[in-house]
Write a protein that binds this ligand. Structure first.
Ligand code: NDP
Ligand code: OXD
Length: 308
């Protein structure tokens, strides 16, 4: 079986090595060395060019290198074969590290110290117990749920929101549109870890920000399409939101002249919050390839109608 690998940000050679170590008979072709497209039965991809997958006549499954599959689903030429998201402990671990660090950044008021530094003011702000900072996690999925638990274990007060009801010990769980405002009402640091779907596009808007307590911060690690840019800038400039940490933005990479770069209350990281590693993710992909060969059900299968 041959698998096509496409990504401009992942290490193709490392993925090839890790996959072939697990499935010695597998041929991994790194784009653009496609060889004969008729021999390619599976593809492992991150943001491939539109039409690439449709040009593979023998394709039996598409595996995403990322957890989010919105970019793949937005391709009108995406072949009608099973599509699987990435499931990788490194994604969960790195996202947990990132969100813990950013939640602590706001909890220990490093944003305010940065302002004080700009004003050359030496002013102490007394630390408060971690439990006084309430972190709200939107999306309690494969990554969101363990990350909420990690924040809880660190000592934050954590609540979570999902489409259907979830139950996590020590995390107040809310579900659906009817419970969204109750969820938002007691959140100091709002984490968006939702998939981008027709239902969640534009979810981070003025109406949602207004439901947060004054002085809350946004940590956005979902997708740029969740965010209504003007509404965020307005909420920050009016002081309703204290700050925003954006790991994803509506157009990646962010234009050099975009106002987000220079806004004093916005911090930007270039879509690095969580990342999968070939050393760990290859086990999942190899298992799925074996399942594909054996005709067994695939793991991490995306429900196309739901969008995630
Ligand atoms: P999953 O697909 O496993 O889970 C999605 C969660 O969101 C579920 O809890 C789901 O609810 C909930 N959800 C979906 N739609 C709605 C809705 N309309 N209202 C309320 N809740 C909803 O996702 P992951 O945890 O694996 O990842 C989430 C997203 O994080 C990815 O899709 C990607 O966009 C982003 N991501 C970003 C990274 C980065 O580096 N910045 C890295 C990895 C992921 P339910 O439980 O009921 O199904
Ligand atoms: C993502 C990922 O979906 O990096 O953003 O996995």
């Amino acid at each position: 079986m041959a698998l096509l690998f496409y990504s401009e940000v992942d290490d193709g050679e490392a993925w090839r090595r890790e996959l072939m170590r697990r499935l010695p008979g597998l041929e991994v072709r790194l784009w653009p060395d496609l060889g004969d497209p008729k021999g390619i039965e599976a593809a492992l991809v991150w943001r491939p060019p539109r039409g690439l997958l449709a040009s593979l006549p023998a394709l039996k499954a598409v595996f995403s290198l990322g957890a989010g599959v919105d970019d793949l689903l937005a391709d009108p030429t995406l072949p009608d074969v099973p599509l699987c998201r990435m499931v990788d402990p490194s994604l969960v671990a790195t996202m947990g590290d990132f969100l813990l660090a950013v939640a602590l950044y706001y909890h220990r008021e490093f944003d305010r110290y940065a302002e004080l530094q700009r004003a050359c003011r030496w002013q102490t702000r007394l630390p408060r117990p971690l439990a006084e900072t309430r972190v709200g996690v939107m999306g309690l999925g494969e990554i969101g749920a363990p990350v909420a638990e990690r924040l809880r274990d660190a000592g934050f007060t954590v609540r979570g929101w999902s489409r259907t009801r979830r139950s996590l010990a020590g995390v107040a769980c809310f579900a659906g549109a009817t419970e969204r405002d109750a969820f938002l009402a007691e959140v100091d640091v709002l984490v968006c870890l939702l998939p981008l779907t027709p239902e969640t596009r534009g979810v981070l808007d003025a109406e949602l920000f207004a439901r947060l307590p004054a002085g809350a911060a946004l940590v956005h690690v979902g997708r740029g399409g969740h965010l209504v840019e003007e509404d965020l800038l307005d909420a920050l400039d009016r002081g309703h939101l204290r700050g925003a940490w954006l790991d994803t933005v509506p157009f990646e990479p962010l234009d050099a002249d975009h106002p987000f770069w220079r806004h004093p209350r916005i911090r930007i990281t270039p879509h690095v919050a969580g990342y999968g590693l070939p050393e760990t993710g290859a086990a999942f992909v190899a298992d799925n390839l074996q399942r594909l060969r054996d005709g067994r059900p695939l793991r991490g299968l995306v429900d196309r109608a739901r969008g995630y």
